[in-house]
Design a binder for this molecule. Structure first.
Ligand code: KPL
Length: 308
């Protein structure tokens, strides 16, 4: 059986571990020991319980584990490199990695630094944790898998096959870079604003915030044009704005991940979401005062709660 190691037992990590376990050999790796009986509530509301193979990187150090065919990294973007580092000396440097992070920061960095193949996945599966043993699969989505240099088609296809067998809709793509930037664009327009204002996604439609969304999208659209990234449908700033409003509407009741981070007093993904846009604007000589101001505000907020 193909071995899949999943590093990072957050919501997506546990959803993957739970769903792939019946079709492949899965090891879920956390920083601390997790209960091996894990539950998943399906989108239809049925709660199922299953035994998972759970461990920590410390425990793996004292075992002689079967090397994985894939190491999935399912941590937050800013923790991905340190998580990979925690397995140094345990996994072979040629192990294929699968990066599940938001933004466009961990993906290019790790692709450049790692000697083995690096695949990237972007998913719209909705999941959240509810307690130490429960993951709620809140909504079915779709996962796209590829690699930034389009060199690892066979590995991508094999992974997509496993995900599909596990019941997760997935497609192999040769434009994952574009898809990661497109998701980042939507995240940049929604996440920082809802985190700053402490509101659910749908509230962005209100008069107090809609102009701020438009101001962010204006800068994001200009940066993505310079990066050669088109909107998924249509053209130009209006198409980006339409996409953002469509996601705001379809996720109206959501607390975006950055707001959840703020509420739990965790470091946010601002570096992985706003960082690549600000860096790209600098490279292309574009101004991005709105994005820089948002980034500074989130940074100040974060510094404040992390210190308290
Ligand atoms: O991906 C999201 C997130 O919360 O990070 C959005 C699309 C904003 C939905 O909440």
């Amino acid at each position: 059986m193909t071995q899949h190691w999943i590093l990072g037992p957050g919501a997506i990590g546990r959803l993957l571990a739970y769903t792939i376990t019946p079709v492949a050999a899965v090891t879920l790796i956390g920083r601390r020991t997790l209960p091996d009986r894990q539950a998943l509530t399906t989108p239809e509301g049925e709660r199922q319980v299953q035994s998972l193979n759970v461990t920590t990187s410390e425990q793996l150090r004292h075992e002689a584990p079967v090397p994985p065919a894939y190491l999935h990294i399912t941590t937050k973007a800013m923790a991905a490199e340190a998580a990979l580092e925690s397995l140094a000396g345990i996994i072979h440097p040629s192990t294929p990695l699968v990066l599940w992070q938001n933004g466009f920061s961990a993906q290019p960095h790790i692709t450049r630094a790692w000697t083995g193949p690096v695949l990237c996945a972007t998913t719209t599966e909705g999941a959240y944790l509810s307690g130490n043993e429960d993951v709620v699969h809140a909504g079915r989505g779709h996962t796209f898998v590829g690699d930034l240099d389009n060199r690892h088609g066979e590995l991508v296809e094999a992974l997509v096959h496993t995900l599909t067998q596990a019941g997760l809709a997935a497609t192999a793509v040769n434009d994952i870079r574009k898809r990661l930037w497109q998701k980042l664009a939507v995240n940049a327009a929604i996440n920082p604003l809802v985190a700053l204002h402490g509101i659910r996604n749908g509230e962005l439609r209100g008069d107090a915030y809609s102009g701020q969304v438009a101001a962010v999208v204006k800068e994001v659209a200009a940066i993505l044009r310079a990066e050669g990234i088109p909107p998924p449908s249509g053209q130009g700033e209006q198409a980006w704005l339409a996409l953002v409003w469509q996601v705001v509407t379809s996720t109206a009741n959501n607390k975006a991940s950055m707001l959840q981070d703020r509420e739990a007093k965790r470091t946010t993904e601002r570096g992985a979401i706003l960082g690549p846009l600000i860096e790209s604007a600098r490279r292309h000589g574009l101004s991005c005062d709105v994005l820089k101001a948002l980034d500074a505000e989130i940074a100040a907020l974060e510094a404040d709660y992390l210190a308290s």
